[in-house]
Design a protein around this ligand. Structure first.
Ligand code: PRP
Length: 178
């Protein structure tokens, strides 16, 4: 663990109850648009695993789930700007209604890469659901079709989101403070 984080304090910015309300609201929007379409939900690992698990349990209709593991940060806190597919999809995308499920959009580089990557595979449609958006950091334009909440330009952790692989298991969404 980096020494700088040993003194970091966590401050809750979205408590777990509010997260659950946000997830339920997103699920209602997704149900309205996707019920009967057997969509393919694609989560971006690792950060989306908690959000995906809660979201799909609020969706009461047939759907499929897959994951892709992308990485642009390595072990750094600054994006390298180039995205690598660390673990590919297993599902066929062609002709499917695809919904990308992402924990946080920061610079936008990760989801921009994935949306372009998926469009080349000729889905029937592809949209983005993001739990959190940090628009102050954007480096490339991103359309978020289903958005949970906007967060400030602080170091966000919890609910799947890490700092140097720590804190993913926090049930609340927090900022790290020195
Ligand atoms: C984080 C986060 C998003 C991405 C957002 O993932 O989970 O996927 O960064 O950043 P961007 O908008 O600047 O591209 P990370 O690459 O750290 O991997 P992880 O999900 O395995 O933690």
């Amino acid at each position: 663990m980096p020494i700088v984080m040993e003194s970091a304090k966590k401050r809750v910015i979205i408590p777990r109850g509010e997260v659950a309300d946000i997830v339920a609201r997103l699920a209602a929007e997704i149900t309205r648009d996707y019920k009967g379409k057997n969509p393919l939900l694609i989560g971006i690992l690792k950060g989306s695993f908690v959000f995906m698990a809660d979201l799909v349990r609020c969706l009461d209709f047939p759907l499929e789930v897959d994951f892709i593991r992308l990485s642009s940060y390595g072990s750094s806190t600054e994006t390298t700007g180039s995205v690598k597919v660390e673990q590919p999809l297993r599902s066929k995308v062609r002709g499917r209604h695809v919904l990308v499920v992402e924990d946080i959009v920061d610079t936008g580089i990760t989801v921009s890469f994935l949306m372009a990557y998926l469009k080349k595979k000729k889905p029937a449609s592809v949209r983005l659901c993001a739990l959190l958006d940090k628009p102050s950091r954007r480096r490339t334009p991103v359309t978020i079709d289903y958005l949970g909440a906007t967060v400030p330009d602080r170091f966000i952790v919890g609910y799947g989101i890490d700092c140097a692989e720590e804190y993913r298991n926090l049930p609340d969404i927090c900022v790290l403070e020195e």
